[in-house]
Design a protein around this ligand. Structure first.
Ligand SMILES: *[C@@H]1O[C@H](CO)[C@@H](O)[C@H](O)[C@H]1NC(C)=O
Ligand SMILES: *[C@@H]1O[C@H](CO)[C@@H](O)[C@H](O)[C@H]1NC(C)=O
Length: 995
């Protein structure tokens, strides 16, 4: 392993000379660096802003905007969420969502937000489409038009030749609250196959050809008489299908009186119910004008819709129009009870095809009847964009993500597989969406224990797959809220479960000690977001997904596990993408104006056990693209292939897909990879290599964007366990390309001095990152021709205006080779020994419950500590203290007589510092910008001869205090470790000019 403190090149030295060093930067880089250092409002992170509906005090809200703005955030999304508080306590009748007080509060907030002027930009306000989620409308009848609908079934068994006489079987499942009407959709009899196991809970096998429609045998009194055919053995099932409202209400209500019911997401009537409610009950001229001028986003949360079997009144008609057959003939296959299928056909191939057809129609309806009309209404009426989380059902969410203005994912349910984000962002990138959003930092049972480091570890990987807008989850209204009896006041998601569990994190706000440092975190995110919005994203390859799910937890064959570690950068492509305008091939690249995929990889459907499934349309479309020169890699054997849908399969489609595949495989740009392990070999045979070559497989991931002659790279060490330390080779477009590094913590920009240019012109550079750290690089034409270091035996190097230098914390003779061929020998001697900071004073400000839930009282504690340090949470009497510890230590530096061209400096090493919450460093009163995942900090620029003072501020979470003050909710959580620990050292170095 390399010495950790040298993993980082010396920023501060460079910053101190940044004004003079900037003149070395080409003008394009200088321009970017100005905005990067102070990112514009529209690139800053946002907050979910949780309101207890209209039960808010405007003065408090306006001060919250100031608080959020000065913390470095660019806006907030108003979202009426109060899971910690029973809705009935919040006066839903007069102060509910959409009530007059609510509208007035939104207006007041918009007035201030729109007139907020930070460098000419407003504070952005986004609005959730309704109370909590899913989308709902007050007073919508669950029985009537526009509310969510389902199909439910009743069944009765009839023996061979037997007779059923009686009322039509009623649905098994109970009606939702508020649902009155159930209408008979159809009544059918199906023969049960003799191979069907008569076990409770087992899927019943029906003979798929046996359906008898007996709907018209029902008499005026709802009674039926039916005699089962005597021609076949086995039994018969009479299945009744009923449509009714789901009666679903938005989570954790009531939010309104009359009650809000979830809309039908598959009908225009459902969407119209939403826009009509806004038009008629919420939008007055003032509000409309303010929303128009603020031009934020309307937000819709994930599709957490509940139904036995999703239905919409026009489904049968739409289904026949799109699939060419009657949905009633496959209806048993679609029935679900607690999400499990009830019936299958003896021909199982048909069963999966029917489900595919059903969901592809539901997908199309969601887009055509919900997303597009809503988007158009938001645009024309409110001048707002539509931001939504288009997943949660088995729909082709990628198709939805590609039409939304701003597709959004979430760190909570996406954790564990970065492909969840990747499927979202690559769908957006296909249609050149420049903003890919994330609901970020919700942690189950994580309330009041989220540290900055935890946020970074959870969210940095998302930057490597193109996420570039984080909506922090979240900021709760800070005023008084009825029902909130415990300190530190209202938090939308904490505590939960009747006050017995911590609930979801985080409750960001001035009540937490870490808020003292929040602007460091905010500006980091803003700079990352600024950087990751430059240019157009580019990928090496696309992985074709039959289903186009987002957030399924399933990745891409070979690429997710192996390819990515070998430098292959990929996205997902779903069927709808290939039908889009941008789906053309130019110079072998798919969607050349967008992601520019160099190849398409086609494998079986992972959601059908890897079965080789493709629609007739797709086999044709992929063939067309291959004909235009797109490289296609078909994985595995495709001799046994099925068409995608039941409609296709029953019409001989599978044979056509099989012959289409044979034709496809005969094309010059198409290859078969016998197994997934051959994919890379085949790609190389087709002449494709990763854009960035890794010299060693690793957890390094990158997002690549391109803009004229600039290449932007966002590098992330994507594993919690594994850092990165190896060379990578970047593409070169011309001989005079240089590498620039943008530091999101300091805002500094510098030209990289140590790299090599290979004979083929590509640039070879060492990447060193700790687990989950990021690095931002730009490859750009350089100004003039600079001299750089090809190799040095010293550990570090850098550049200031007067030239290159090397850096070492050890005595010795070092050899440095420059690109002009010069080899330089440097002798560094007399480096002082590392200094252990032995004596410390700690002033601890404790945050404690005051006389009311909203009040915090502060107490101070002082301790004199000696090295090795013990965290304050392990010191006597301080275990329950959450707060801010300010640590102070002093040390002395003797004058050094260094040869000309050599300067002294030092690295400050602080073990595990990011684990308490957040921290800030000061040396002789000057703040040192610090990566919250780092332990080694260059403090050279702030040091002087004689006495030096170090101050380290450690801000904790509130958890340890809450474990005591609210034992019922937090008592079962594990205490966090707060404060400095171990030995803090100052490790001197010398920097010597070379060349
Ligand atoms: C709103 O809050 C302000 C500031 O705390 C207070 O002065 C005012 O009385 C409050 N207004 C209402 C209606 O409670
Ligand atoms: C049951 O009926 C089916 C179709 O009519 C037939 O193929 C099968 O052999 C029969 N099985 C028995 C056990 O009679």
């Amino acid at each position: 392993m390399h010495q950790p403190w040298l993993s980082h090149l010396p920023w501060l030295f460079l910053l101190s000379s940044i004004t003079s060093a900037q003149s070395l930067l080409p003008p394009q880089i200088q321009n970017l660096s100005t905005s990067f250092t102070t990112p514009p409002m529209h690139t800053r992170p946002l907050f979910r802003w949780w309101w207890p509906h209209g039960l808010v005090n405007t003065t408090t809200l306006l001060s919250e905007i100031d608080t959020i703005t000065s913390a470095g955030f660019g806006g907030a999304e108003i979202n009426d969420v109060h899971h910690s508080t029973p809705g009935a306590l919040l006066d839903p009748e007069d102060h509910g969502w959409g009530s007059k007080p609510w509208v007035d509060a939104v207006i007041a907030v918009l007035e201030q937000a729109t007139s907020t002027n930070v460098d000419g930009e407003r504070f952005r306000i986004d609005l959730a489409i309704g109370p909590a989620w899913p989308a709902a409308v007050p007073g919508l009848s669950p029985d009537g038009v526009g509310s969510a609908k389902e199909v439910v079934q009743g069944t009765v068994v009839v023996g061979v030749g037997g007779v059923f006489e009686g009322v039509v079987p009623k649905p098994f499942s109970r009606k939702g609250d508020g649902v009155e009407v159930e209408s008979l959709l159809a009544l059918q009899a199906w023969r049960v196959d003799s191979s069907s196991l008569p076990l409770l809970g087992a899927t019943v096998k029906l003979d798929g050809e046996s359906m008898i429609d007996i709907t018209n045998l029902v008499d005026g009194k709802g009674k039926l008489r039916w005699k089962a055919p005597a021609i076949a053995n086995g039994t018969w099932n009479i299945i009744s299908y009923w449509t009714r409202g789901t009666g679903q209400q938005p989570e954790a209500g009531p939010h309104t009186i009359p009650t809000s019911y979830v809309i039908d997401h598959f009908s225009k009537a459902g969407t119209h119910a939403v826009s009509k409610y806004w038009d008629e009950h919420i939008l007055n001229d003032r509000l409309k004008a303010l929303l128009r001028s603020n031009s934020g986003s309307l937000f819709e949360d994930s599709l957490e819709l509940e139904a036995s079997t999703f239905w919409t009144p026009d489904l049968a008609t739409e289904f026949r129009k799109r699939k060419g057959y009657d949905i009633l003939t496959i209806l048993p296959l679609l029935l679900r009870e607690r999400r499990r299928p009830i019936f299958t056909f003896t021909n199982t191939d048909r069963s999966s095809g029917a489900t595919n057809d059903y969901w592809s129609v539901i997908s199309a309806l969601t887009i055509e009847h919900h997303i597009l009309p809503l988007q158009s209404w938001a645009k024309t009426t409110l001048n707002m964009t539509l931001r939504a989380q288009p997943y949660g059902l088995q729909t082709e969410s990628m198709a939805a993500a590609s039409v939304l203005d701003i597709p959004e994912g979430e760190s909570l349910s996406f954790k564990g597989n970065i492909d969840n984000y990747r499927s979202l962002s690559s769908a957006g990138h296909f249609t050149n969406r420049n903003i890919i959003s994330s609901e970020s930092g919700a942690f189950a049972n994580g309330a009041y224990s989220t540290t900055f480091a935890k946020m970074l570890r959870a969210l940095n990987p998302a930057f490597a797959v193109g996420v570039n807008q984080h909506v922090f989850h979240g900021f709760s209204y800070t005023g008084t809220v009825p029902g909130t009896t415990a300190w530190p006041g209202f938090a939308a998601f904490s505590p939960l479960n009747g006050g017995r569990s911590p609930g979801y994190g985080e409750n960001w706000g001035p009540g937490m000690p870490m808020w003292r440092h929040i602007s460091d975190l905010a500006v980091y995110f803003a700079r990352m977001q600024y950087f990751t919005r430059l240019g157009t994203p580019k990928y090496d390859v696309a992985f074709f997904t039959q289903k186009g799910y987002i957030g399924s937890g399933i990745g891409a064959t070979w690429l997710s596990k192996d390819g990515v570690r070998r430098g292959w950068n990929y996205g997902f492509v779903s069927p709808s993408m290939l039908g889009l305008k941008g789906a053309v091939v130019k110079e072998g690249r798919l969607a050349p104006e967008g992601p520019g995929y160099g190849a398409l990889i086609v494998d079986g459907d992972p959601f059908a056990d890897g079965a080789k499934v493709l629609s007739q349309e797709m086999v044709g479309r992929i063939g067309e693209l291959a004909g235009e020169g797109l490289r296609v890699v078909v994985v595995g054997g495709w001799s046994n292939v099925s068409a995608y849908g039941y409609g296709e399969r029953s019409g001989g489609g599978s044979a056509e897909v099989a012959s289409g595949m044979t034709g496809l495989l005969g094309l010059g740009s198409v290859r078969n990879a016998a197994s997934k392990d051959d994919i890379e070999m085949v790609l190389k045979e087709l002449g494709l290599r990763p854009t960035v070559e890794y010299l060693k497989p690793s957890a390094l991931m990158y997002h690549h964007r391109v803009d004229k002659n600039m290449d932007y790279f966002t590098l992330v060490a994507s594993s919690e366990k594994e850092g990165v330390d190896h060379d990578v080779i970047f593409p070169a477009k011309r001989p005079r390309t240089a590498l620039f590094e943008f530091d999101p913590w300091s805002g500094g920009v510098r030209q990289v001095t140590s790299y090599n240019v290979q004979d083929d012109g590509r640039l070879r550079y060492r990447v060193r990152l700790k687990p989950l750290q990021t690095r931002l690089l730009i490859l750009a034409p350089e100004k003039g021709s600079s001299v750089f270091i090809i190799s040095t035996t010293a550990h570090g190097s850098g550049r200031v205006e007067h030239g290159l230098h090397i850096q070492s914390n050890k005595d010795g003779e070092f050899t440095t080779t420059l690109n002009n061929g010069t080899a330089i020998s440097t002798i560094i001697e007399e480096i002082p020994k590392p200094i252990e900071l032995a004596n410390w004073q700690m002033n601890l400000t404790s945050y404690e419950p005051g006389p009311s839930p909203m009040e915090t009282i502060f107490k101070t504690y002082t301790r004199n500590l000696t090295s090795p340090l013990i965290p304050w949470s392990l010191l006597p009497n301080l275990a329950a203290i959450s707060g801010i510890g300010i640590y102070t230590s002093r040390f002395s530096l003797q004058p050094q007589s260094l040869p000309s061209g050599q300067t002294p400096g030092a690295i400050l090493h602080i073990p595990s510092i990011g684990e308490s919450g957040s921290f800030r460093l000061f040396v002789n009163g000057k703040q040192i910008p610090a990566d919250q995942l780092e332990e080694d900090f260059d403090i050279g620029v702030s040091l002087g001869e004689g006495e030096n003072e170090i101050n380290i501020e450690v801000a904790s979470t509130l958890l340890n205090r809450l474990r005591v003050s609210n034992e019922r909710a937090f008592g079962k959580t594990r205490a966090q470790v707060y404060g400095l620990r171990g030995i803090v050292r100052v490790v001197p170095y010398v920097r010597a000019r070379v060349g």
